[in-house]
Write a protein that binds this ligand. Structure first.
Ligand code: UGA
Length: 459
């Protein structure tokens, strides 16, 4: 079906990964977008065309989409004229695994307080939120409207986000599917219009996000709001489980002498399984899988529903960090007094994000065990330093410097940069040339030829 591609007025609240990427992309597609953030510094930077997140392509697109894009600290500036308001604020985890909805509720309250009485507005939940939040947002808006003696003309929809950090623009322009959970057809139709250029791929791809070859049209999936909310958690838990599954098998592969990369290839070719997210390694990190698995486990507990598969995925992920330390213990015999070089602090490549990065737990444990630690990351060094200012570690500015006089190197992030290091020159600069590849990223055979004792995960 062809969708009318009329331009909409859209307000996006929150300029994190999801909000900023969505805002810039929708502006690039021709909609009139205002991105709102209550942090004046962030708004100032964005107005100057400076990206506030490290994400490939975002800065270029900020410039390309500038004509349709404005930034504000105040929701009131744009909300009364908007057709759609997208809530994309943070939903941090509470200490018990529950999700803190303070920011979402504050925005809902502001929306209720400033919504125009007649104009139809679609309120979209894009933040990852527990089941029932669309309904909660509706209740909060209603309460505020009641205070104003109004009923309002709006509808709340859930539109979960599936973009990956480091590939955010690509995933926004070329998604597999767009999921809309809504109770009212009018809301679905407005959102179909908002996404029309993506659903029909009628836009000229931006330079920073070329259209992949063989890309088909994305599916448009409409569901009840609670189903959409659960789709998000089920997707992330499934992907996390897939990684934990291959990591579990990497343990048995090591024991029986199989190569987990061959195993992953062999099973991934079965279309029912699929080849993605089967790279064994040090485990998953980031702001999403750890938080979302904890959050859905919390929900399960609230409802008295056991979720042993998701629980096991979390447990296995934790064990993967331990396996690195165990490998070092076996290789070095004694960790105390040794110098260990950590290559990669970001939870994955192409981001400076270190949230729940495997490096954090591993470095802390090795320090506790009496090791000296040197670290290197092409992008995330500064971010790490800011988060752990008192940690007694050495920040190296090159891989070569990290290797010099170290007893072991541990690769924890699969940065492409590490493929281009002159490894052949480095083994001899080390005290002991032990190399643990926590991402199975380099060729073990080559590294052995260069004089390293190379150990992967499950191979
Ligand atoms: C993840 C999902 O992939 C997105 O679809 C989702 O929108 C996002 O969470 C979110 O909820 O906001 P992200 O956390 O950015 O995206 O990163 P991923 O690329 O999924 O990687 C997550 C972790 O898994 C990383 O630490 C990565 O190194 C690890 N990983 C990934 C593996 O260990 N093995 C793999 O095969 C793949």
């Amino acid at each position: 079906m062809t969708v009318k591609s009329e331009k909409l007025a859209i307000t996006i609240v929150g300029t994190g990964y999801v909000g900023l990427t969505t805002g810039i992309a929708l502006a690039y597609l021709g909609h009139r977008v205002t991105c709102v953030d209550n942090n004046p510094e962030v708004v100032e930077k964005l107005k100057k065309g400076m990206a506030t997140i490290y994400e490939p392509g975002v800065e270029e697109l900020l410039v390309e989409a500038a004509a349709n894009l404005s930034f504000s600290e105040n929701l009131l500036d744009s909300l009364p004229d908007s057709d759609v308001v997208v809530i994309a604020v943070g939903t941090p985890a509470k200490y018990n695994g529950d999700t803190d909805l303070t920011y979402v509720e504050n925005v809902a309250r502001e929306i209720g307080a400033s919504i125009a009485p007649e104009k139809f507005l679609v309120v979209v939940n894009k933040s990852t939120v527990p089941i029932g939040t669309a309904s909660r947002v509706d209740t909060v808006i209603k309460e505020e409207l009641r205070k104003r003696g109004l009923e309002g003309n709006y509808s709340v929809a859930s539109n979960p986000e599936f973009l990956r950090e480091g590939a955010a623009l690509h995933d926004t322009f070329y998604p597999d599917r767009i999921v809309i959970g809504a109770n009212e057809l009018q809301a679905v139709n407005v959102l179909r219009q908002m996404y029309a250029p993506i659903l029909e791929q009628t836009f000229t791809p931006p330079r920073s996000a070329p259209r992949p070859e063989n890309y088909g049209m994305p599916a448009f999936v409409t569901t009840a709001p609670t189903s959409a909310e659960l789709i998000k958690y089920a997707s992330n838990a499934f992907l996390a489980m897939k990684i934990s599954f291959i990591n579990e098998f990497s343990g048995i592969a090591e024991r029986v002498g199989a190569d987990i990369r061959e195993v992953a290839k062999g099973i991934g070719l079965d279309k029912r399984i699929g080849s993605g997210f089967l790279n064994a390694g040090v485990g998953w990190g980031g702001s999403c899988f750890p938080k979302d698995t904890r959050s859905i486990l919390f929900t399960g507990k609230q409802y008295g529903v056991d979720m042993p598969i998701t629980s096991a995925a979390v447990e296995i992920n934790h064990k993967q960090r331990k396996r690195i330390v165990e490998k070092l213990q076996v290789a070095l015999k004694v960790i105390r007094g040794s110098t260990i070089g950590i290559l990669g602090l970001a939870f994955k490549p192409n981001t400076d994000d270190i949230r729940e990065s495997p490096a954090i737990e591993i470095i802390a444990e090795l320090l506790d065990m009496g090791a000296s630690i040197k670290v290197y990351d092409p992008v995330a060094l500064e971010n790490y330093r800011q988060h752990f200012p008192h940690q007694d570690i050495t920040y190296a500015s090159t891989v070569e410097e990290t290797a010099r006089e170290s007893d072991a190197l541990v690769l924890l992030t699969d940065w492409e940069h590490f493929l281009h290091v002159p490894w052949q020159d480095l083994a001899e600069t080390m005290r002991q040339a032990i190399f643990i590849d926590g991402r199975n990223y380099l060729s073990g055979e080559e590294m052995q030829n260069y004089g390293f004792t190379y150990l992967g995960i499950g191979c």
